[in-house]
Design a protein around this ligand. Structure first.
Ligand SMILES: Nc1ncnc2c1ncn2[C@@H]1O[C@H](COP(=O)(O)OP(=O)(O)OP(=O)(O)O)[C@@H](O)[C@H]1O
Ligand SMILES: [Mg+2]
Length: 330
């Protein structure tokens, strides 16, 4: 198989304090993103989705660091790469879109100029050419009257338009990997739909791969080809979206699907998963989901289940998966 565009292997993220054991937040995460793939990362609040994306973009918050593991971009190791070399990847190769565009946009610079900044710096375009590209990118994201809107300041635009500006900005240098952290959560559902469609179309046109963090399964269903389900810093299940959604093999994924409003049956009753995710400072030994899992047996509380390939390209980390989902004897 061709080299994945992104290969994350045994990535462990946490907090290191002198004289104390490390606090592990994201534990030994492994996944690949192929060229052109749209990879969703789902999980409850606090499961480590944002930190995973931020580790890829070298934007971890102060005090949080990669403790071990590897992140390879197009075959090149990013962990330990000199900062100057790594920074050069951000923009032309890897770009990131955040949940709240107001925090990422400069309030006193016209949006067209903000979009043009990357192409001027990274692609060496003239002021005029970069301004034209900015308007072209705005048009591609479906912003009406882009030449006029390019002269607006962020606060003069609606939330949906601002998020389109963020997409235009992120894609302006033609990145091969776009990292999105809950890019539409702040938008109302109709606008969310439109923005996701734009994102999907533009990635398909340019061949860019997408790593897309969300807690919303319907969004993953609409936007992604593949997904990983995270629970308390672990990937508990991964595979093609259609397969994992129709044939989940981890009780947590099953619980999430049962608790989500059904995409086809909006009136269906919601079932929520009882209990809360573990306190990361006092992780249970064994499977982190065991305390909330109705199928847990003794082994689940003592050892971490290995990640098994339950079907080609479909992985789950559950001792009891076969018994629960295939009706096989334990
Ligand atoms: N700056 C920080 N300092 C210390 N701990 C942090 C920091 N940021 C996050 N954490 C810890 O890491 C855990 C995972 O955080 P992360 O932001 O990756 O979660 P998430 O899955 O993106 O959640 P959400 O859906 O709420 O955005 C949090 O529960 C928190 O305990
Ligand atoms: Mg987050």
């Amino acid at each position: 198989m061709a080299t994945p565009l992104l290969s994350v292997s045994s990535l462990t993220i946490g907090i290191r304090r002198k004289g104390q054991p490390d606090t592990v937040i994201v534990d030994s995460l492994s996944f690949d993103i192929q060229k052109g793939e749209r990879f969703g990362i789902v999980g409850e609040s606090g499961s480590g989705k944002s930190l995973t994306l931020r580790a890829i973009a070298d934007l971890l918050p102060k005090g949080v660091e990669v403790l071990s593991g590897s992140i390879r971009y197009d075959g090149a190791e990013l962990i330990g790469m000199p900062a100057a070399q790594r920074r050069k990847l951000m923009g032309p190769e890897i770009a990131m879109i955040f949940q709240e565009p107001m925090t990422a946009l400069n309030p006193v610079v016209r949006v067209g100029e903000q979009i043009a900044e990357g192409p001027r710096r990274y692609l060496g375009l003239s002021k005029q050419a970069a301004a034209e590209l900015a308007i072209e990118m705005m048009a591609k994201t479906g912003i009406p009257d882009p030449a006029r809107r390019a002269r607006a300041y962020p606060h003069e635009l609606s939330g949906g338009l601002r998020q389109r500006i963020m997409i235009a900005m992120a894609l302006s240098c033609g990145p091969k990997l776009l990292l999105c952290d809950e890019p539409t959560t702040a938008l109302d559902v109709t606008v969310q739909h439109q923005v996701l469609r734009v994102l999907e179309e533009l990635c398909a046109d340019s061949g860019a791969s997408l790593a897309f963090v969300t807690h919303d399964l319907a969004v993953v269903n609409q936007t992604c080809t593949d997904l990983a389900v995270m629970y308390a810093g672990h990937i508990v299940e991964s595979g093609r979206v259609a397969e994992v959604f129709s044939d989940p093999r981890h009780p947590y994924t099953k619980g999430l699907l049962d608790s989500a409003p059904d995409f086809d049956q909006p009136d269906r009753e919601l079932v929520s998963i009882p209990g809360f995710p573990p306190n990361l400072a006092a992780r249970p030994s064994g499977c982190p989901f065991a305390p909330r899992c109705q199928f847990a047996v003794e082994a689940c509380t003592t050892a971490m289940p290995p990640t098994d390939e339950v079907a080609p390209g479909h992985f789950a980390a559950c001792f009891e998966s076969a018994r629960i989902f295939e009706g096989a004897a334990a």
